[in-house]
Design a protein around this ligand. Structure first.
Ligand code: NAP
Length: 250
């Protein structure tokens, strides 16, 4: 992977940050994206590979295309796209949920991921080469109570990944999706709007995946030989059997 260029959305935290570190260790040059510029700059200072920071909201269509199309020449031929930016907002039944939470999830997890893909693709198509890895979730495979719209957004990521794989098949561009279960990041703090205690309860009594665990697997997917595509991968902590069944110790 040495010398390749990867664009990672949501690099300011969690899985995106850990993936940037894992890729940097392999000598991959990085385009680090997110809304929190100070975090991205802090990450950039830690990394020992050439990198470029792009600050934009993936839900802002114009900003996505403007930023990606204005990349300096040295970073404009993207080899690997990690579509990671996204979050859950709220955990409520449909009849009680806040419409603003729904819009945030659909706009970032679905439309944002699609905009970034569309903005990056032309140069991959021209070169007939590239690898897109989308962050789905176990929520792309099973729907759980009070999560209907977050799950809908991740089912959409799953469907989009499958469709993209078909469309890009003649060009030899790889499309993969990784679907993690419980990962201990800022994800639950964001979902519960800063309520750290509520967030902690999600992981109580079990050992969740770390962001590094997920990053290691993303790295493995990205390093697979040219003729091998790990197309769809469910990654769970050992304590988790599915969205309902978790082995928690008292
Ligand atoms: P996290 O620590 O909260 O990180 C989320 C990242 O996404 C942040 O870097 C955030 O950056 C970025 N982001 C969110 N909305 C954005 C927007 N509108 N525009 C640009 N960037 C945005 O959570 P994480 O666990 O690493 O989540 C990463 C991905 O993994 C998400 O797609 C999530 O759905 C998925 N996932 C997580 C888990 C889990 O249990 N943690 C499980 C399965 C799948 P800024 O705030 O700086 O913009």
């Amino acid at each position: 992977m040495r010398g390749k260029i990867a664009l990672i959305t949501g690099a300011s935290s969690g899985i995106g940050w850990a993936t940037a570190e894992a890729f940097a260790a392999e000598g991959v040059q990085l385009i680090l994206c997110g809304r929190r510029e100070s975090r991205l700059k802090a990450l950039q200072n830690l990394l020992k590979v050439p990198s470029h920071v792009l600050v934009f909201d993936v839900a802002d269509k114009k900003a996505v295309f403007d930023q990606i199309h204005s990349l300096p020449k040295a970073f404009s031929s993207i080899d690997i796209l990690i579509n990671n930016a996204g979050n859950a907002h709220g955990l409520s039944p449909v009849h009680e949920a806040d419409l603003r939470d729904w819009e945030a999830m659909i706009d970032s997890n679905v439309k944002g991921l699609m905009y970034v893909t569309k903005a990056v693709l032309p140069s991959m198509v021209e070169r007939k080469s590239g690898h897109i890895i989308n962050l789905g979730s176990i929520a792309a495979k099973e729907v759980y109570p009070n999560g209907s719209v977050y799950c809908s957004s991740k089912y959409a990521v799953d469907a989009f990944s499958q469709g993209l794989r078909i469309d890009l098949n003649p060009m030899g561009i790889k499309v993969s999706a990784i679907h993690p279960g419980l990962v201990d990041t800022e994800f639950s703090v964001v979902r519960f709007k800063g309520d750290q205690q509520k967030a902690n309860r999600v992981y109580e009594g079990l050992k969740p995946l770390s962001a590094q665990d997920v990053a290691d697997v993303i790295c493995y997917m990205a390093k697979a030989p040219e003729h091998v595509n790990i197309a769809d991968l469910l990654l769970l902590p050992n304590a988790q059997a599915n969205t309902y069944v978790n082995h928690r110790k008292p």
